[in-house]
Design a protein around this ligand. Sequence first.
Ligand SMILES: Cc1cc2nc3c(=O)[nH]c(=O)nc-3n(C[C@H](O)[C@H](O)[C@H](O)COP(=O)(O)OP(=O)(O)OC[C@H]3O[C@@H](n4cnc5c(N)ncnc54)[C@H](O)[C@@H]3O)c2cc1C
Ligand code: SF4
Length: 348
Amino acid sequence: MTDQVLIVGGGPAGLAAAHALASIGRKVTLVEKTELLGGAPIHSGYAKLVPSGEWASDAIGGMVKRVAQNRLIEVKLNTTVKKFAGAPGDFRATLSDGSEARAGATLLTTGFTHFDSLNKPEWGFGTFPDVVTTTQVEQMISSKQGVRCPSDGRKPKRVAILLCVGSRDRQIGREWCSKICCSVSANLAMEIREELPDCHVYVYYMDIRTFGLLETKFYWRSQEEFKVKYIKARIAEVTSNGQQLIVKGEDTLVKRPITIPFDMVVHAIGMDPNVDNMLLSSIFDVKLEPHGFIDRANTYGVMGATSRPGVFVAGAATGPETIDDSIAQGHAAAMSALGALNLAMAAE
Ligand SMILES: Cc1cc2nc3c(=O)[nH]c(=O)nc-3n(C[C@H](O)[C@H](O)[C@H](O)COP(=O)(O)OP(=O)(O)OC[C@H]3O[C@@H](n4cnc5c(N)ncnc54)[C@H](O)[C@@H]3O)c2cc1C
Ligand code: SF4
């Protein structure tokens, strides 16, 4: 029996859970498959976060620092779990470095994979260098390089942001809404206008889902203060006339074809299930839900419970999630893990 906890995945959810458990004196092993803690906001170089406006490097960097400095948390980078056996109170994980980690409970905080825009070839990504993704624009801003056309480094005068790329698209098997990309795109549109006041920014949308309180700060502010233009449209294709990119589609409000030239086109990419999920499902013997995310055993009961007792899940591993909700779920799953440990110890 051990009361240590194994956490797999060092993004916002895993970092929050590790810190919560260590803050009440529990030992944690945190296994992260890359060479860096911080998850998508750090790996993909996000700029200013929605909704706080804080730089990702400061906000998530601060979470990384407090975990890295906590002597109760053993961080194992460049590591994955190869085998996993046992029961609540006494799990044994074989790690890729050959070592063994014992744990009374385990949390899967393995997050998501960004949609690969090459799967939407008709919208120009991979064919035209000035068709980029929201993560690329985040990196241009966070690296302080500034928003530039990759083909020749010029400042774009006209930018189109296409929403729902790899989300809400049955044709490519992705029915879900990725939840945060409307707000992220409105935020990026404002950042582009702030840096390049002469640049016209258009957002092409099916529906705008700047949910809850984000409507004011992102949807309305981007239009009223930053003069970002929104077009309700179905996009057919992105082509080029040799000088500029051409976005062709139908304005679905007036039901007319529209063809507009741009210097840069940005794909607002969605959140796919982690590409590792099939493997994680078989190693940890947890069920996936129909879209391929890790299934939660219930909605209102033990938070983060999976189909396997003693193994919990939090954050974007369960489906598209925001950072603040991933953090909250990390805390909740940590609490559930403690409950499972207590039960296992009492039964001994
Ligand atoms: C373009 C874009 C911009 C976004 N901007 C914002 C924003 O401004 N505000 C906001 O609230 N949300 C934003 N999001 C959503 C945000 O990225 C997620 O909410 C957040 O990253 C989820 O955190 P997580 O810890 O659950 O997962 P992740 O951030 O995906 O972290 C998972 C971690 O687990 C590791 N891992 C994966 N598989 C394994 C494995 N098999 N073994 C070990 N480790 C593994 C990964 O390397 C990673 O470090 C954005 C999303 C996109 C697509
Ligand atoms: S949040 Fe907006 S852009 Fe993202 S999938 Fe949902 S509707 Fe589309």
